[in-house]
Design a protein around this ligand. Structure first.
Ligand code: ZN
Length: 62
């Protein structure tokens, strides 16, 4: 990756900030399960990247 290309990427902390804004929000996922963000015993999620991302829980992803 060129230096220029590398500069386009923010680090994971930026992504963490975005996710932090979702704290305590509850969602129904594409797999039918649910997630509450910021809840330590909550489901983990997998995001299949794309124009219309598919979001499922990690249990359904494996
Ligand atoms: Zn699921």
């Amino acid at each position: 990756m060129t230096k220029e290309k590398k500069a386009q990427y923010e680090d994971a902390d930026s992504l963490r900030e975005i996710i932090k804004n979702l704290e305590k929000k509850k969602f129904k996922l594409d797999c039918g399960h649910v997630i509450t963000f910021g809840y330590f015993l909550g489901n983990n999620i997998i995001i299949y990247n794309g124009k219309h991302p598919k979001i499922i829980c990690s249990l359904c992803g494996y």
